[in-house]
Ligand binder design. Structure first.
Ligand code: ARG
Length: 463
């Protein structure tokens, strides 16, 4: 009865292929990762075949038990997939055959690897979106935690990488919360696009067996079936959407890592990266290099390319299935693995490292970060137009720079030389700490507004 690992497609058409052909054609080394999905899909298909009486109750039980044995052996790491059987679908069918014998030959009735692989991949993407969302949420929690402990700490806000205006560190960190929040919505969109079941489409035209698609959807957790069988077997848009959303997460992680790398440079000295996530130099004893962040930057730059690579694979292909599609899996698996690692590492780096807020304040003071507030002082208290006031403050800044002084080192007498109406109140505006509390708008860096933003962020994560 039970044979050893038969080659499923050995007919006169499918004669033994050359080794080189196997090298390019075989995908089991990559798609064995769809093992659980393929078992689940095969079990659901067996139920649908049983409902049509293609499989008797006994045969159904035999198949179910056979598949369970395969799962058990797989868990015990006792299964060696055969490259001869190309991919995970044919390997499982062949294993089933070797365990339960001829009954296994009925399992592929009314389906094709074309709808099978599309379904397996969709299940994998759905699960991966869920995992990524959870991981991103954990990272967002750490962002909130760091923001909470840095609510009144001031750092320079930059434009063009030039010191621009003081902001709180909490406000700065919460900007990343917003980015990752958008990423979560995008992953939800991917889930929506992926949540359609191709089963019943068979090779391309649909199945000759009236498979109960509602049953198949229920068994596999899909909310609906695909509408058109041709589209169902050729649609890899969900993989593109998946990679595009990973690109966006990468974009944000890359931005964050590259910023923290700058901040950890001695020249900025705003970020003290945890010893656990940095390395020393083999020759320079004083160095601590932010390797973890550099690798996140490098890897996320690679991930960002993957969606265009897949788009290129899919471009200009007529309907329906082509073997080109087999290339999609490496891209989605690799990108997912790398991104998952990057998110985990970033979460720990944020958790374990500390910021040098004292230096943030000093950088602001040394670089006239409250100059805009001074311009507003003349507008608000001296009824001078903003353009005139801008010029007066620019002259004061020039003067201070020439005399190698900070704003707060200028005397009232010196300041008055630029405009006689200037009075002692100006020192309130020079004070960097007051700059943030002066902000009025809801999205501003005013610590009161940031507290509000943090509260909303916490509520969002509890949902
Ligand atoms: N390994 C194939 C893939 O990943 C499965 C589908 C093969 N279908 C076919 N008609 N050759 O795309």
């Amino acid at each position: 009865m039970a044979k050893k690992n038969i080659k499923i497609l050995s007919t006169s058409i499918n004669k033994k292929t050359s080794e080189l052909m196997d090298a390019i054609n075989t995908s089991i080394d990559i798609d064995s990762r769809l093992f659980n999905q393929d078992i689940k899909v095969t079990k659901a298909h067996a139920l649908a075949l049983n409902k049509l009486k293609i499989l008797t109750n006994q045969e159904l039980i035999k198949i179910q038990k056979g598949l369970d044995i395969i799962v058990k052996r797989h868990m015990d790491k006792k299964i060696k997939f055969s490259r001869e059987n190309e991919d995970i679908h044919m390997n499982i069918e062949s294993l089933l055959h070797s365990i339960i014998g001829e009954t296994a030959s009925k399992i592929h009735t009314g389906r094709s690897r074309n709808d099978q692989v599309a379904t397996d991949t969709r299940l994998w993407v759905l699960e991966s979106c869920k995992n990524l969302k959870n991981q991103i949420k954990l990272m967002m929690k750490v962002i909130i935690k760091q923001s909470k402990s840095n609510q009144s700490n001031i750092i320079p806000g930059f434009t063009h990488l030039q010191v621009a205006q003081p902001v709180t560190l909490a406000h700065h960190l919460m900007a990343y919360f917003e980015m990752f929040k958008r990423d979560l919505s995008q992953l939800e969109f991917v889930e929506q696009m992926t949540n359609e079941n191709p089963l019943g489409s068979a090779a391309l035209a649909g199945s000759n067996y009236n498979l109960d698609t509602k049953l198949l959807n229920k068994e596999l957790g899909f909310s609906k079936s695909k509408t058109n069988s041709l589209d169902a077997v050729s649609d890899r848009d969900f993989c593109v959407y998946f990679l595009q959303s990973l690109s966006m997460v990468s974009l944000h992680l890359g931005k964050m890592s590259s910023e923290l790398i700058l901040w950890s440079s001695n020249l900025f000295n705003l970020f003290d990266i945890s010893k656990n996530y940095s390395t020393g130099s083999s020759i320079m004893p004083q160095k601590r290099n932010p390797d973890s962040l550099e690798l996140i930057r490098g890897k996320t730059n690679i991930i960002r390319n993957q969606s265009s690579s897949l788009l290129n694979v899919l471009s200009n292909l007529p309907l329906t299935y082509f073997k080109d599609f087999q290339e999609d899996k490496k891209m989605i698996f690799d990108s997912y693995d790398d991104l998952k690692l990057c998110i985990d590492v970033m979460t720990e780096v944020l958790k374990e490292s500390s910021f040098n807020a004292d230096n943030g304040l000093k950088i602001c003071e040394d670089n006239f970060a409250s100059a805009t507030d001074l311009a507003d002082y003349l507008v608000l208290e001296k009824n001078i137009s903003f353009r005139d006031s801008y010029k007066i403050i620019a002259s004061i800044v020039n003067y201070a720079q020439l005399n190698k002084k900070n704003m707060n080192q200028l005397s009232l007498g010196e300041l008055k030389r630029f405009n006689h109406t200037i009075d002692h109140n100006i020192f309130q505006y020079i004070d960097i700490r007051n700059s943030v509390t002066r902000k009025k708008t809801p999205m501003s860096t005013n610590p009161k507004k940031v507290i509000e933003a943090i509260k909303n962020a916490e509520k969002f994560l509890k949902k």
